[in-house]
Design a protein around this ligand. Structure first.
Ligand SMILES: [Zn+2]
Length: 147
């Protein structure tokens, strides 16, 4: 741990405690997040696909920067990009529903999008994600932030 110089011993103790609490909170969030994600995917499958898609595990991954989600149909495993963290629930749900649909239909043919029609916010979520991608491509202007 990097401790700022010139802290009194009491300050240092307090600072270490705060940092450890923060780390513990992050750790909890990540672990609970994966379990909650799997439960949520199960519920979405029941709600939109009569439970036909059977996710076995859903987890966040940090090595997925060009795709929002991916799945391995033979295992029923789904991975979501950590970049979705902090986005609205309906967007995360859309990506889950999308990957659930891939457990039933590979590729993006008419049958796939027909399945996705069951989820009422598909278009809105796709628009949101397209907006995020477009914003990422804009030049970053540090001065614009405070305006
Ligand atoms: Zn897809």
């Amino acid at each position: 741990m990097l401790i700022p110089a010139r802290m009194s011993e009491a300050e240092e103790q307090r600072w270490v405690t705060v940092m450890l609490d923060k780390l513990a909170a992050q750790e909890n969030k990540r672990v609970l997040g994966d379990a909650e994600l799997t439960e949520r995917a199960e519920r979405l499958s029941v709600q939109y696909f009569d439970g036909r898609a059977r996710p076995t595990s859903v987890r966040w991954v940090t090595n997925q920067n060009t795709r929002w989600g991916s799945c391995t149909p033979s295992e029923g495993s789904i991975r979501l990009s950590h970049r979705l963290q902090g986005m609205p629930e309906y967007v995360v749900d859309y990506v889950l529903v999308h990957e659930l649909a891939h457990l039933l239909v590979p590729g993006h043919g008419p049958r796939f999008w027909q399945l996705l029609e069951a989820y009422p916010r598909t278009e809105r979520a796709r628009g949101y994600l397209e907006g995020v991608v477009a914003a990422d491509r804009l030049p970053h202007l540090p001065a614009a932030r405070d305006e």
